[in-house]
Design a protein around this ligand. Structure first.
Ligand SMILES: [Zn+2]
Ligand SMILES: [Zn+2]
Length: 190
């Protein structure tokens, strides 16, 4: 994710519009709701609560792969297109690569061809890459209920950590393999 996307006016508007009238899809709280949560100290629950203010924001249902640099992937894709669209050029490049690698195996030759192709077409690849990146960023800012989920900061953190909301209390979280959160488990089973 290009960090810039988060600070754009476009993103803030998309976010605010999407949030309007929505509550956290997990816990049902609205933006800026204040709830009391138990305080933990050194891994132990102590007999105190603190007030926390919840902040809602949209999160993509699927993790985005933006930023994981598919530049190479695009270069490879363009190399494949080159093979299809320009078989003669491809053959010439093959001969050139073979001449430079008399003892190379097929893999080495292919790698050399890809390398030569990428340095000679750097600008074209760069243009395609930038186009791709812009498309991704635009898609990222487009929030639809199918693509995005509204979560409060607590539920979002829990989701990132692989936890789910406890159905009994609706306040604390637990690993999906358990039925209840730790607090509810203690209350139910003593
Ligand atoms: Zn929530
Ligand atoms: Zn619970």
């Amino acid at each position: 994710m290009g960090s810039k996307t988060w600070t754009t006016k476009e993103w803030r508007e998309a976010r605010d519009g999407f949030l309007e009238g929505k509550v956290c899809e997990w816990c049902g709280h609205a933006n800026k709701d204040v709830i009391a949560v138990r305080v933990w100290k050194n891994g132990k629950r102590i007999n105190e609560t603190k007030q926390v203010t919840l902040h809602l924001s949209p999160h993509h249902r699927k993790k985005t792969r933006l930023g994981l640099v598919p530049y190479k992937r695009i270069a490879r894709q363009m190399f494949k297109e080159f093979k299809k669209e320009n078989p003669e050029g491809y053959d010439a490049l093959y001969s050139e690569a073979v001449a430079g690698l008399p003892y190379g195996n097929n893999r080495d030759i292919l790698k050399r061809m890809q390398y030569l192709f990428s340095i000679r077409n750097r600008e074209r690849i760069q243009v395609r890459y930038q186009e791709w990146k812009q498309l991704q960023e635009r898609a990222y800012v487009e929030l639809t209920p199918k693509k995005a989920i509204v979560l409060c900061n607590r539920c979002h953190k829990a989701r990132e950590e692989g936890n789910v909301l406890c159905k009994r209390c609706g306040t604390y979280y637990h690993k999906p393999k358990y039925q209840l959160c730790y607090s509810c488990h203690r209350e139910v089973h003593g």
